[in-house]
Every structure is written in C-alpha cells, then in structure tokens.
Write a protein of this length. Structure first.
Length: 487
C-alpha cells in the first residue's frame, strides 16, 4: 500500500477478471502498491461469475472451466496487500499534470453514488474485458430473448435458467459452452444454431496444433451435447422470433456463404427462450479516449494495439485480456501476469524475471494465434442484414427501426453511423450505442459488413451530474478511505 493516504498507488488495475487478478497479484508480490477496481462486489469478471453466498451453492465450480486457476488467484489476492475497491464503476482515466494517472469512478449499485472517487496511480493496467455483440432480427426484443453470455451469467450468478426449452444461437465457441451448461443444469436445448462453421479452423493447422487443449475443450462440449441430445446446426441462423408476450418459437434459416438467408429454407422450432450472441467485442472505451492505437480484427471488432510487454501506445498504460482481442481466460491470465511483471520492471528500474517473461510471451503468442483463427472462423458475413425487415427495431433504447435507418441512408444522404445517429437518434439511448452500434454502422455503410469502430467516449459508463459537480472539490480523506483514493 502507499505510505500514506495522500500517496498514489504504484499500479491501478481496472477489472477484477482473469487478466486483472493476475496482473494485480504478481505486481503486489513484486512489491508494488496496487489498487484493484471493479464494478462488481466479487472477483472473477464475466467468466468466473459465481453465486452470492446467500444462495448457498454446494459446488459453484461445477459451472466453470478451469476453476482451480481462478481459485488460486483469489487465494493469492487474499494474502496480498492489494486494495480491492469493489463496487467502483470507472468512467474515465486521465493523465494529471505531474505525470500521475487519475482513475475516476462512481460507487454504489449501478454507480448511483452522488460523489465521484479518484484513484491516483503511477501506472495503469486496463483489464476491462469484453461485451457481447448482438445482431438484430425480427422479434429480438421479445421477453425471453437473452444474450448467450447473459444466459450463462444467469446460471452462474443466480442459479436460474432463462427458460425451460432454450434455443442457443449466434456464432462463436461460446455457444457450445452455453448450451452444455444449460443442458447440464436441466434445461431442454433443442438445438445450437451456428451461423458460421468449424471448418475454418482447419485452415489454421499450426494454431490448432499449438493449442491442443482447445481441441480437448471442444470435445468435452461436443460430448455433453451428444449426451443431452442437443442437435448442432451450422451455416444457419435464427432469423425471426415468434410470440406475443414472450418467446413461443423461432424460425431457423439456412444461410449461404455470406450469411444471406436461403429462400424457402426456414424451419420453426418451439421454445420459450432464446440465448443468442454473435461473439464478443473488446471493451476499450477508456483506452481510445486517451488516444491509444487500435487494430482491426478479422471478425470486425477493434482491439488495442499492444507491444510485446502488453503496453499500449500511451506510455505507462498497459492492457491485458480481451482488450487486446478475445481469446479466453487462460490467455487473459497470461497477459495479465506479463503486464504486471512489465509494470514492476518499469517502476523498479531493472528487468524482473526475464526467463519468466520470455515463457509468458511464448505462451501468449501461441494462444493469440488461436484467437486470431477463431476470429476468422466466426466472422459475420455481409449478408446478415437480409434478416431485417423495415419494422425491425435496431436501436432498442430509442426504438429506431431498420426502415428508418435505411431511409436516412437512401433519402437523407447519411454515409456513416454518426450521421445516422443525428438523423434518427439511433445510439442516443441508455446503452449509448453499445448494443446497436455495430448494426447501425453496417446499415449506414450499405455493404452489410460487420465492423465495430473504435469510438472515443468521454464517459465509459453513465455518470450522475452530481458526481461530476464534485470533481474539483478538495479531497476528503476519512478513516474508511483507502490509501491513494480521493472521494
């Protein structure tokens, strides 16, 4: 910890998932004072969600892959001097005049506290993870339609199912994990609907050969699906949801190579819930606002451009995990430890554990190659906009339809998502375009190619005006205030 409450931390880690935990723990073990900030009241991030103690789950690890690695990180965290600042919703990171970083957050449930919190640190590690990407289709706003990752979160955190008969659809390996988890928990899963296929992996034999554990994971999920009699349909998509008050059935349609629906190839499947997601998008708003360089991935998302030691293009700002491209918990842990070692070396002025750094780099590069192969295999095709009828809501917050966006492009001269936003209010709602931004950008480009542009947002999360009003007030340090934190 800092020597006093007015001293800054050596390292502020934003995000307590796999990457953040690994980075915080190793940096603290090497002597750095570390603050670990996370919006949740628990460690583990989105991947290692677990039930609240009040639910008295007998075996929470049963719903997770590689739980032992997380449990070990959590044990090391508990034995360290890391200041775990839970319930902190970080909305901005800024560089102060004297070279320190200021991490601004609001606290409370959903960040509803009236005062802002400022954590000062010499260096920062961004481990903010990713969020689920959604492509709209008719009926996707009906109750009973949830994100694939959201369905898994419901099960892991609340021990509840989204329905009794759940279709799992979209694209990406997450679908297999979600379907096997739901089936094991007692849900009937009639089918997994994958818009891409799995033959794309065969085009990257080196990445497969270097990551045999991925094949093992796929085999485990495949065996679970066979055991529960879950059918897998590739090159298909849910193109419509049916129901009045909630989901009653879905239409599954065969797709061509560009994800265009094949005429007359629709089939109706009865269900009371749909878990759908089309991959994950790195959550990089805090970094892009600071001007960090990004790179475009094969699946149309944008990730941070990082050097060999996980540092961004802005000196003193590291990133690890899904911020550099979606690759899973094991890759996130590797990158988090590497970033923690690098930040410790920077602050201490001499190399730290050079042999360990090289080992981590080799492991990271191997797993990153598989992540790149995964992005290519599950990249959405340009024909997905053929699913949309003109009355399909694209922006759910502002209830902006596909027809309104098409009109803005065809008749009003819009050529990009920003102009569409100004003309239709698409993306001006509560989520600020996080749910609809990809779809709006695709429709505005007319081509339909999925691309998630790296936007600069001055606020990464909603912030009460009352919190902004207190930013310039003198710091009030109380006995319950963590060192290095101004409230």
């Amino acid at each position: 910890m800092p020597a006093s409450a007015s001293d800054p931390y050596d390292l502020a880690v934003i995000g307590a998932g796999s990457a953040g935990l690994a980075g915080a723990v190793i940096a603290a073990e090497l002597g750095l004072s570390v603050a670990l900030l996370d919006a949740s009241s628990q460690t583990g991030g989105q991947f290692y969600r677990h039930p609240a103690p009040s639910l008295r789950a007998a075996r929470p690890e049963a719903l997770h892959h590689d739980w032992a690695a997380f449990a070990e990180l959590r044990r090391r965290l508990e034995q360290s001097d890391v200041s775990h600042l839970y319930g902190h919703h970080v909305w901005a990171v800024a560089k102060e005049d004297h070279g320190l970083w200021a991490v601004h957050a609001v606290t409370g449930v959903d960040g509803t506290a009236e005062r802002s919190v400022r954590v000062r640190a010499r260096t920062v590690l961004l481990a903010t993870g990713a969020y689920e990407r959604q492509l709209p289709f008719p009926g996707w706003t009906l109750p009973g339609v949830v994100g694939a990752g959201g369905a898994q979160a419901m099960l892991k955190s609340g021990l509840v199912l989204p329905g009794k008969r759940v279709v799992v659809a979209g694209s990406g390996p997450l679908l297999l994990a979600v379907a096997s988890s739901l089936a094991a928990a007692g849900a009937q899963v009639p089918a997994v609907i994958e818009a891409s296929g799995y033959l794309g992996y065969a085009r990257r034999p080196r990445a497969l050969a270097a990551n045999p554990q991925k094949l093992v994971e796929a085999a485990v999920h495949g065996a679970a699906l066979l055991r529960h009699r879950v059918r897998l349909r590739t090159r298909s998509a849910v193109t419509e949801v049916h129901g009045t008050d909630r989901v009653e059935a879905v239409t599954v349609t065969r797709l061509d190579r560009d994800w265009r629906p094949v005429r007359g190839a629709g089939r109706r499947i009865e269900c009371d819930a749909l878990a759908v997601g089309h991959g994950l998008a790195p959550q990089i708003e805090l970094a892009t606002t600071l001007g960090c360089a990004t790179r475009s991935l094969a699946d149309g998302t944008s990730a941070l451009a990082l050097d060999g030691l996980q540092e961004t293009s802005v000196r003193g700002l590291w990133a690890a995990g899904e911020t550099g491209g979606v690759g899973g918990a094991q890759l996130a842990r590797t990158e988090g430890e590497l970033a923690g070692l690098a930040s410790a070396a920077r602050l201490s002025g001499y190399p730290v554990r050079e042999g360990r750094v090289r080992e981590l780099q080799r492991r990271r590069d191997r797993m990153r190659a598989f992540a790149d192969a995964m992005a290519v295999a599950h990249a959405p095709g340009p024909g997905w906009t053929g699913w949309l009828t003109d009355d399909t809501d694209v922006c759910r917050c502002e209830e902006v339809s596909a027809g309104s966006i098409r009109e803005a492009v065809a008749d009003l001269g819009a050529r990009d998502a920003r102009t569409v936003k100004l003309l239709t209010r698409a993306g001006m709602g509560w989520c600020q375009g996080r749910m609809c931004g990809t779809a709006v950008a695709c429709l505005a480009a007319r081509e339909g190619a999925v691309e998630s542009p790296a936007e600069r947002r001055p606020f990464a999360v909603p912030v009460p005006l009352s919190a902004l009003a207190t930013l310039d007030e003198p710091a009030e340090i109380g006995p319950d205030t963590a060192p290095g934190v101004d409230r």
